[in-house]
Design a protein around this ligand. Structure first.
Ligand SMILES: [Zn+2]
Length: 262
């Protein structure tokens, strides 16, 4: 088994190459570029240079798509805008040599006052993913999209829902273990292993503050939390773990050190 650790961010384009060098000096082998507020690497040449440098340093890049997406919006214009934002990430991602574009799939349809139409939600999101994958294929891009397990109970993205999307669309996935804990109040590693049998896992991890309804905010990752996660991860997979805590670089380095000693 091999695990690559890294932070969720590379900072501004101007300093990206230096930042990658610094990550490399710390032994970091993965980095997720945060397009969470916008796809801020606009220039093809910049993207290619960042991708080239990352490759030279053995750092695997991934992308986090903007937060403002919802493949299950009632409004067609918003669903189309969502697809466009995710495809914009894929377009830049191919210059960066990124493996996946992680995104938040969407919200549930409501039926009645306090009830969700989970099936209709699933079908709409599945349709959106198939359309995006169709575009990726049409362009011949080597990148996959990865819906993320979500931390709030009223947002689409349980481990069952994400694994079903993987089976029915061939998309990739992002297992956010902090979100899984916040949503389910426990992490059932055996169940996750049986739901996600693919060889390659893309994961997020950090400490998390949560309540009845799930995720409240990310916090620094505790030593003991790293240990529990790393002991329970499968041994026969290639895993990338992106840390999203407020101290993501130091947390990644700490996770890496704990992993080396296991
Ligand atoms: Zn996310």
């Amino acid at each position: 088994m091999a695990i690559k650790f890294g932070p969720a961010g590379i900072g501004p384009v101007k300093t990206a190459l230096e930042v990658l060098e610094n990550y490399h000096k710390k032994g970091i082998k993965a980095c997720e570029i945060a397009f969470t507020y916008q796809v801020y690497i606009k220039n093809e040449e910049d993207a290619r240079q960042i991708g080239k440098k990352a490759k030279e340093l053995g750092i695997e890049l991934s992308i986090h798509a903007p937060y403002y997406v919802n493949l299950n919006s009632k409004e067609k214009a918003k669903r189309e805008a969502t697809k466009k934002r995710i495809l914009d990430c894929c377009r830049v991602g191919r210059y960066l040599g990124a493996s996946v574009v992680v995104f938040h799939p969407g919200y549930y349809f409501k039926k009645g006052k306090d009830e969700f139409d989970r099936e209709k939600t699933f079908e709409t999101i599945k349709q959106g993913i198939l359309e995006i994958k169709g575009e990726i294929k049409k362009h011949g891009w080597k990148i996959n999209i990865a819906p993320e397990t979500m931390g709030k109970i009223n947002v689409f993205g349980s481990i069952e829902e994400i694994s079903r999307l993987v089976r029915e669309t061939g998309c990739s996935f992002c297992l956010d273990f902090a979100h899984i804990l916040a949503r389910e109040k426990t992490v059932d590693y055996e169940k996750i292993k049986s739901l996600f049998q693919g060889k390659i896992w893309h994961a997020h991890f950090s400490g998390i503050i949560y309540g009845d309804k799930g995720e409240r905010s990310h916090r620094k990752t505790k030593h003991e939390e790293w240990k529990v996660l790393l002991k329970n991860l499968p041994k026969d997979k290639e895993i990338v773990i992106i840390n999203e805590s407020p101290d993501m670089i130091n947390d990644s380095v700490e996770g890496m050190k704990i992993y080396e000693k296991l």
